[in-house]
Design a protein around this ligand. Structure first.
Ligand code: NAD
Length: 370
């Protein structure tokens, strides 16, 4: 049986507590199903700074590069607010994304029926919502040059950021979106601003050409990104997969995230290009939330975002589709039974802590698999 190499980076604050719940699933799957996970564990963020004086050590970077998948908890906290900028906790996360060349960021926005009332939108608009935002993560205006503030010498300054996309960058992110759509409802909506941006014109052209060349079985629509933001809150269920650039993706995925209620519910995956020999992609899976210093150490954090990130890992890195489906169903069933952490607590439900929530989902997962 093949070995599946996981590198665990719990990080700081509630990252440690939520990763502890994922470890239970890894152990149980190895013992009960012979899943063959091999795990190593490292330090990232403030805990790496305390131990090594950097946000991630070279040794841990090597382990991340050698793993089939990296599971990342969260980094940061007031303790490290004044460390040198290049060693701040987030630098570890950015280094991982850069060195693993993770260009595709996947953020599902799923609204579990039991939580439809927790959204700021009407329940009928979000109930059963299941969309996936595919954001380009390593290009665009966050990285384009020139990027500077220049002194104009007349008492004025000029701030410059540059939006740049090359054909290959658009092709590869579009391909990820089309391939994922084939495993879902087979629909992609591409969002850009071709009405005012040259990079938007090229984005639109390349997505259209990629679709025609390789993915004409998938339904493709185009929408201006501002209209897309509006449609996301008007009738989000019209979408299946949305593909967009780094800047628009940053904003649109946050909008989509809030459709579903709490930060403690949101997983994400970041994928690199497939290896030419093995076909395997480098990948990192992490909750969207941070280290939540306000509740860290109290055993009350919601572990669902971290557990759902592990479900994405099963699906996208190991093609363990049945296990991923079971895990996502287990989360939905536990919520349906009214078991809640504080952040998603509602009247008539049972309030539990991090460990009890993890245990309930694990028991349900094993029951589904039996
Ligand atoms: P945060 O996501 O840590 O917390 C925001 C709010 O949501 C807090 O009230 C927190 O208690 C709550 N929350 C978040 N996750 C939760 C969970 N799983 N269960 C229950 N409640 C949860 O964001 P913040 O407070 O802006 O940042 C705190 C630290 O985290 C900062 O140092 C920030 O830089 C860092 N951060 C790290 C990441 C990351 O590691 N990817 C992402 C965002 C922020």
């Amino acid at each position: 049986m093949s070995v599946r190499k996981l590198f665990l980076l719990p990080g700081d604050g509630i990252g440690k507590e939520t990763m502890a719940e994922v470890r239970k699933f890894i152990t149980a799957m190895n013992e009960k199903f012979g899943s063959g996970f091999e795990t190593e564990e490292g330090l990232v963020g403030g805990s790496a700074y305390d131990a090594h004086g950097v946000a991630i050590s070279e040794a841990d970077m090597e382990k991340a590069l050698a793993a089939d998948a990296v599971l990342f908890g969260a980094v940061g906290g007031p303790k490290w607010d004044s460390v040198p900028y290049e060693h701040r906790p987030e630098a570890g996360l950015l280094r991982l994304r850069k060195d693993l060349a993770l260009f595709a960021n996947l953020r599902p926005a799923i609204c579990y029926p039991a939580l439809a009332n927790a959204s700021s939108l009407k329940p009928e608009i979000v109930e059963g919502l299941d969309i996936l935002i595919v954001r380009e993560l390593t290009g665009g205006v966050y990285f384009g040059a020139p990027k500077e503030i220049i002194d104009l010498g007349n008492g004025q300054k000029r701030g410059i950021d540059t939006q740049v996309y090359d054909t290959y960058e658009i092709e590869r992110i579009a391909s990820v979106a089309f391939e994922l759509a084939r495993t879902r409802k087979n629909k992609v909506c591409s969002m850009e601003k071709r009405n005012v941006m040259k990079s938007g014109v090229l984005w639109n052209e390349v997505v259209t050409a990629t679709h025609k060349a390789k993915y004409s079985d998938v339904q493709l629509d185009h929408m201006l990104a501002d209209a897309g933001g509006m449609q996301l809150v008007r009738w989000p269920k019209q979408f299946d997969v949305i593909v967009t650039d780094n800047l628009f993706g940053d904003m649109l995925s946050d909008i989509a995230a809030m459709l579903t209620g709490s930060l403690g519910m949101l997983p994400s995956a970041s994928l690199g290009a497939p290896d030419e020999v093995t076909g395997k992609r480098k990948a990192m899976y992490e909750p969207v939330h941070g280290s939540a210093p306000d509740i860290a150490g109290q055993g009350i954090a919601n572990p669902i975002a971290m557990i759902a990130s592990f479900a994405m890992c099963l699906r996208y890195s190991f093609n363990m589709i049945k296990e991923a489906d079971d895990l996502e169903t287990a989360i939905a069933n536990v919520l349906e039974r009214g078991i809640r952490t504080g952040d998603i607590m509602a009247e008539g439900c049972t309030k539990v802590g991090t460990e009890a929530m993890g245990d309930a989902i694990l028991a349900e997962f094993l029951a589904l698999a039996a």
